[in-house]
Design a protein around this ligand. Structure first.
Ligand code: AP5
Ligand code: ZN
Length: 220
């Protein structure tokens, strides 16, 4: 199973990814998580991308494409993977296609902008695992503590309201065109294109999970 979760910042990609990866036994490839790990570790990559990420802008296509290419060559990707936050530009999608990576499904999680700002301002994350919480909608058992590891939760640097607005602008300009790109691909060459599903992203985490599963399982 090779999936793309597509959607604006805060749509719930990371939240839904955890469940789908367990269900299908595939790794989650979140370019955002990979870059945040690089920043935390202070690697050369991390130093290169930190300012760009904190400004809510996109990291260069070349860097991202080579990061993903290396990642999907690893053994645990042999049975598939879930892309979360990749591809993010038409150029990234084209590079993936040119590399001969076949994809089965694109799932767009659709959420409007007002909801996004409230989701991101209440988000808390466990940096080590990428597990995501929300202070109201998905609170941890103990305030600001990860349920599984007992380690502290943090707020992401790019979840400040001004940066969220920049990320939404970047999404509209550079990522949303992928909605048309994959829909067009599905109508032009259905045999090689991934199946496109649009799922309404407003509702409880469980409701959205059920919508995604219904979409996937209807078309398998
Ligand atoms: P990335 O980490 O990919 O961030 P993003 O796309 O902006 O998405 P988020 O992680 O903010 O949201 P999400 O959809 O995963 O939502 P979540 O499940 O956490 O990228 C960060 C940065 O890295 C980019 O800005 C860029 O600089 C760089 N980057 C990454 N990939 C790149 C690429 N390919 N090319 C170039 N640059 C790249 O949920 C959000 C909140 O809502 C949580 O608190 C959650 O608990 C809550 N929530 C979830 N579902 C629900 C629900 N149904 N109801 C209520 N609350 C909910
Ligand atoms: Zn995420």
């Amino acid at each position: 199973m090779r999936l793309i979760l597509l959607g604006p910042p805060g749509a719930g990609k990371g939240t839904q990814a955890k469940f789908l990866c367990e269900r299908y036994g595939i790794p989650q490839i979140s370019t955002g998580d990979m870059l945040r790990t690089a920043i935390r570790e202070g690697s050369e990559l991390g130093q290169k991308v930190e300012a760009v990420m904190n400004a809510g802008e996109l990291v260069s296509d070349d860097l991202i494409v080579s990061l993903v290419r290396e990642r999907i060559a690893q053994d645990d990707c042999a049975n598939g993977f879930l892309f979360d936050g990749f591809p993010r530009t038409i150029a990234q999608a084209e590079a993936t296609r040119e590399a001969g990576v076949r994809l089965d499904h694109v799932i767009e999680i659709a959420v409007d902008e007002e909801e996004i700002v409230s989701r991101l301002s209440g988000r808390r994350v466990h940096p080590g695992s990428g597990r995501v919480y929300h202070i109201e909608h998905q609170p941890p058992r103990e305030v600001d503590i990860d349920d599984e590891s007992g380690e502290p939760l943090i707020q992401r640097d790019d979840d400040r309201e001004e940066t969220v607005r920049d990320r939404l602008r970047v999404y509209r300009d550079q990522t949303r065109p992928l909605v048309d790109y994959y829909q067009q691909m599905a109508s032009d060459s259905p045999a090689e294109a991934p199946v496109y599903h649009r799922v309404e992203g407003i509702g409880s985490v469980e409701e959205i999970r059920a919508r995604i599963l219904a979409a996937l399982e209807d078309t398998q």
